[in-house]
Design a protein around this ligand. Structure first.
Ligand SMILES: Cc1cc2nc3c(=O)[nH]c(=O)nc-3n(C[C@H](O)[C@H](O)[C@H](O)COP(=O)(O)O)c2cc1C
Length: 279
């Protein structure tokens, strides 16, 4: 009990003295690919071929049956600046112009081109595997995207889930989250409320059933790739963003009805137009 209340730094110093490995180092060690682990993985993957691997690779989507849906326009992104200029010009923004909103088209561009379906493969047994806008270990796509909308034209403020297979938003709740988000954003160091948030979650089993501990690394790597895709796609459209690392896991998981174990929030991003004179 006493240990839990000790400051983290103190705990780490004591662990160092006792030569105890940190949890992170232990995880890293146990998720290494060794010749033996590779052999074991190969054996399991061939076993999985007979146990529904095909079905799994063709069903990497979550949906909320019975939820109303908002159809999204297909992506239509027109670059007015060179990619180099967009990458160099990207800066995290924490002060948003609360008088400006973003359009549904801009949001749809973000969603479809960051994690939407971009191709397909016909596998054995008539199974279609859909491919997405970012690479994914084993093409298993473990991530989900949730939206907290505040100032998006054509969308009531509220909570939504991106239903990738239909390129639509599922309406989870239309209660205005402005106050709650303002409080959370202040905790994360933001200055003024953003137009919307996107929350990336991971459904760990989708990747870990195949790659075990190594799979956890893959899920985090993929969340980072999706985050960067989102910031650059926003930047292309004159929308600024900031990643936020300091959310309270339980509070955010509860907001979207996630259990925090099988599926948990991994990364949060705020978006909006920068206030005048801001970065
Ligand atoms: C995983 C991650 C978490 C972050 N968390 C926060 C945060 O909670 N609050 C914040 O103001 N900025 C946060 N940032 C933004 C960084 O502070 C920012 O990227 C960094 O200062 C570099 O500045 P730039 O993005 O403008 O290039 C985070 C960035 C990353 C990648």
């Amino acid at each position: 009990m006493r240990r839990r209340t000790q400051p983290l730094l103190q705990q780490r110093q004591q662990a160092l003295k006792r030569r105890e490995p940190f949890l992170g180092s232990m995880f890293h060690e146990n998720s290494k690919f060794t010749p033996q682990a590779r052999h074991e993985l190969g054996r399991r993957i061939s076993q999985l071929q007979d146990e529904g691997l095909l079905r799994r690779v063709s069903s990497s989507y979550k949906s909320h049956p019975g939820c109303p849906q908002v159809a999204l326009p297909r992506a239509a992104l027109h670059l007015e600046r060179e990619l180099q200029e967009i990458i160099v010009g990207r800066r995290s923004t924490r002060e948003f112009d609360t008088a400006q909103s973003v359009t549904l088209q801009e949001l749809a561009n973000l969603l479809q081109l960051s994690y939407g379906i971009t191709g397909s493969l016909e596998l054995d047994e008539g199974v279609t595997q859909y491919l997405r806008a970012i690479p994914s270990a084993g093409a298993l796509y473990p991530l989900e995207l949730y939206l907290v909308a505040q100032r998006v034209e054509g969308l009531a403020p509220g909570l939504y889930h991106y239903r990738v297979a239909q390129h639509a938003l599922e309406v989870l709740e239309t209660a205005d989250q402005a106050e709650r988000m303002l409080r959370m954003e202040r905790e994360w160091g933001m200055g003024s409320p953003s137009a919307f948030h996107l929350v990336i979650s991971g459904v760990f089993e989708r990747t870990m059933f195949k790659y075990h501990e190594r799979g956890y690394r893959f899920v985090l790597i993929e969340a980072g790739m999706l985050g960067q895709n989102l910031t650059l796609l926003a930047e292309c459209q004159g929308i600024r963003s900031c990643m936020a690392g300091g959310w309270g896991d339980d509070e955010l998981n509860q907001l979207f009805g996630l259990d925090g174990g099988a599926e948990s929030t991994l990364l949060t991003l705020c978006f909006g137009r920068a206030s005048r004179g801001g970065p």
